[in-house]
Design a protein. Structure first.
Length: 205
């Protein structure tokens, strides 16, 4: 039996990752103001934001017909030099961020909250991946920021877009850097008694 999944995120990268894994979720943007959470621990911060997103969407679903699927909320932050970074607020912040993190390694934390509203159950987990950044020149930093891509993503970088050439290597789950850890999500589904393959909406490619 196919189990429906709602993705409580506007991230096109998360959606594409789930689709590539055979899952076609319904997207419901949470509308959560991420600035309301003040938490110094990056893993806890990412997890709390993921919970808020999932909770907001579950509340919205309860206003409609009965829903027996799952709701997934995710949020990512970058830990670098002991500081926590989300999405840069503007191009200047993105530029300063890259000039700080080039040639260094940071830890990308992604919080995951998976809820089964019909069972009144939730699983909250976080995953961490070490990311090693290339030593970009000032011209490369300026050119990358000018594309606008760093402004819409946690940590001001991607591995699945223009920023991929600026990530030298990672230690851990590649999918987690994109925004959702598929192996972790599979484990979370199992804890809720849902087979990973029940989320598949396609049987073959």
């Amino acid at each position: 039996m196919t189990r429906p999944l709602v993705l409580a995120s506007a991230s096109p990268a998360r959606l594409a990752t789930l689709r590539s894994a055979g899952i076609e979720p319904r997207v419901v943007v949470s509308g959560v103001d991420e600035s309301v959470v003040d938490e110094p621990d990056p893993a806890v911060l990412a997890s709390r934001l993921a919970e808020l997103k999932a909770d907001a969407v579950v509340d919205r679903l309860r206003e409609g017909p009965s829903y027996d699927g799952l709701v997934l909320g995710c949020d990512s932050v970058l830990e670098l030099d002991g500081r926590v970074h989300g999405k840069p607020v503007d191009a200047e912040e993105a530029r300063c961020r890259w000039r700080t993190m080039r040639g260094k390694a940071g830890v990308l934390h992604t919080g995951h909250c998976l809820r089964a509203p019909h069972l009144d159950r939730r699983i909250v987990r976080s995953a961490a991946t070490v990311v090693h950044f290339a030593a970009l020149t000032d011209d490369e930093v300026d050119a990358y920021v000018a594309t606008g891509e760093p402004l819409g993503v946690a940590g001001a970088f991607t591995v699945d877009g223009l920023g991929g050439a600026f990530v030298e290597r990672i230690e851990g789950d590649h999918h987690n850097v994109v925004g959702v850890s598929l192996p972790l999500l599979r484990e979370m589904c199992g804890e809720l008694g849902v087979a990973w393959t029940d989320l598949w909406t396609v049987s073959s490619r």
